[in-house]
Design a protein around this ligand. Structure first.
Ligand code: NA7
Length: 540
């Protein structure tokens, strides 16, 4: 173990949008001596890890940027000419931002966080990495919502002679043209990947456990007029999020599904389908899709009929048609259902015909068929949200482990702080807002800078969440969830994708709306952090 000691004001963990934004705020706004570590050899976070073919942001590009700064926008001028941005372009943009902000020398890449322990005597965090030890007054963890990959154990997988890869650990040398490829998982990753792979592989087999609702992405080139308008009105577009529920830059409607006639309703769904976009379909059509069962069923029925009209083989269409309600993180695609009309694409519905075992040549299913494969891709998602903290030993006051603190489900205040973990701040931690992430990152980055500013000039002082306010925020998050149909589907949002993980009192997100989140978090900082104790070391 390398125990070279480096003292810094602040240590940031994670070189994705969240960590880079935090590093920017701590250095530019507060003038702190801060460094950032990341296990990856490059910045990008999610966009470095998820380099599978077809990786694309599904937020419209003008709202998928680092939290807006005029100088950054003008200098990098994202120049993203399409409605959605391909992963490699986002990664390159983040590299450019690092250079523009002069942060390169502060990065310690290929450096893994092993443990972080709060030293109560000195009121500092002692952070062990595989490249040395840091002593930091402030610790900012930006580990990502979706960074700990889920690799289920399938019977016989060790006997498979082909290559097994996970989408969030995509090998640079993997060549799939002409190959026989199996994909397990059809969430937003699997849907993007398979749509792309179907164009190049010899044979593609989708092993689908649960059919998914997906709508057309409507990706297209922006017109020259649109491109010109972004330059002048980008600031307005970004400031609009303050009055928004989700911050995705779409026109959020308040219209209810049954406020309109059957014909109008059909026309509105059809308009959204033609325009494309997951948040267009879920937020610009009707406001009650995830709170009203009949409204949800009407939207689901529209998508069911679309699937039937696209997929030629009726039995394949049946298998691709979701039977659950339409209430997971919405996804969109660029021709997903269409690939199942291709002769080189097969669908195995594993609830009807389960995977029995892997063998050297491929997968044997319960019906006795051997699906021969060269490569198996796991698009099986993540141990999400607090899962990103698993495997890292973080200890606060009285040596309490974060894992123990979260034994009954993760808890925090605003998704940023945890009681008993002084001077520690998370970006996109559990119980943060369920909104467009770059927007949330911007809000939280500024909030963290304000919290640190409140104690930074007093040597050794700490800011620490009161336990009762942690309880209160969990209650607020749980109350906001009441009546949400999201509670009824088994997805990563509540940890239901990981066997045994979902806990009864888990919120994971605050779904009360971005506008409300902003109001609450602003109140906290402008009123001098009433939910927090600030104290000098002598007081302990
Ligand atoms: P998701 O959305 O969690 O999807 C994972 C997929 O993998 C989904 O189809 C799962 O089926 C499937 N899965 C997971 N475990 C298994 C097992 N054991 N057997 C069979 N199939 C399995 O992850 P994504 O990477 O697509 O997307 C995550 C987020 O990233 C997304 O929401 C965006 O915010 C970006 P299931 O539906 O659970 O039956």
């Amino acid at each position: 173990m390398n125990d070279t000691l480096t003292e810094v004001d602040a240590l940031v963990v994670g070189a994705g949008m969240g960590g880079l934004t935090a590093l920017r705020r701590l250095t530019a706004d507060l003038g702190l001596d801060a460094v950032l570590i990341d296990r990856a050899p490059a910045v990008g976070g999610t966009w470095y890890a998820n380099r599978y073919p077809g990786a694309l942001s599904d937020t419209q590009s003008y709202m998928y940027q680092l939290p807006f700064e005029r100088e950054l926008f003008d200098a990098t001028n994202p120049g993203w000419t399409t409605r959605y941005v391909p992963g490699p372009d986002i990664q390159k943009y983040l590299e450019d931002a690092v250079d523009l902000w002069g942060l390169r020398a502060r990065l310690r890449l290929e450096t893994s966080l092993l443990s972080a322990v709060f030293d109560e005597e000195n009121s500092t965090w002692v952070v062990q990495t595989d490249k040395g030890v840091y002593r930091a007054r402030f610790l900012v963890t930006a580990l990502g919502l979706l960074s700990n990959k889920n690799v289920p154990d399938f019977p016989g997988i060790g006997d498979f002679a082909g290559r097994v890869v996970h989408t969030s650990d995509w090998p640079a040398d993997l060549e799939l043209a002409g190959k026989r490829v199996g994909v397990i998982g059809n969430g937003s990753t699997g849907v993007q990947l398979m749509t792309e792979l179907a164009k190049v592989v010899g044979h593609l087999t989708s092993f689908q456990r649960t059919a998914q609702y997906t709508v057309p992405a409507g990706n297209r080139a922006w017109t020259p007029e649109e491109m010109a308008s972004f330059k002048t009105d980008i600031e307005d577009r970004w400031s609009e999020f303050t009055t928004s529920k989700i911050g995705f830059g779409v026109d959020e409607t308040t219209r209810k599904t049954f406020d309109v006639s059957d014909e109008e309703r059909e026309a509105i769904y059809e308009w959204a389908w033609q325009k494309g976009g997951n948040y267009t379909f879920t937020a610009e059509t009707f406001a009650d899709m995830t709170s009203d069962r009949a409204a949800n069923a009407a939207a689901a029925d529209f998508i069911h009929r679309k699937i039937a009209s696209i997929v030629k083989d009726p039995d394949t269409a049946r298998k691709l048609t979701p039977t659950e309600i339409f209430a997971r993180r919405p996804i969109c695609d660029s021709g997903y259902f269409e690939i199942f009309n291709q002769p080189n694409v097969d669908l195995v519905f594993t609830r009807e015909n389960p995977i029995e075992t892997f063998v050297a040549e491929g997968v044997r299913t319960a019906d006795g068929e051997l699906h021969e494969l060269d490569v198996l891709v796991m698009a099986t998602g993540f141990d999400a949200v607090d899962g990103s903290y698993r495997g890292v030993d973080i200890r606060g006051r009285n040596s309490e482990a974060l894992a123990d603190h979260w034994a009954d489900g993760p808890r925090s205040h605003l998704g940023v702080t945890v009681a008993g973990f002084p001077n520690m701040f998370m970006v996109l931690g559990p119980n943060g807002p369920f909104v467009n992430n770059p927007v949330a990152i911007g809000v939280q980055g500024r909030w963290i800078a304000r919290a640190i500013a409140s104690v930074k000039d007093e040597p050794g002082a700490t800011i620490e969440l009161r336990p009762e306010d942690e309880d209160a925020w969990l209650t607020t998050c749980l109350e906001a969830l009441e009546g949400s149909l999201f509670l009824e589907t088994e997805s990563w949002i509540f940890g239901a994708n990981i066997p045994g993980k979902r806990k009864p009192k888990t919120a994971n997100f605050y779904v009360g709306g971005l506008d409300k989140y902003l109001e609450i978090s602003d109140q906290e900082s402008t009123q001098g952090f009433p939910s927090y104790r600030t104290s000098a070391p002598a007081a302990h």
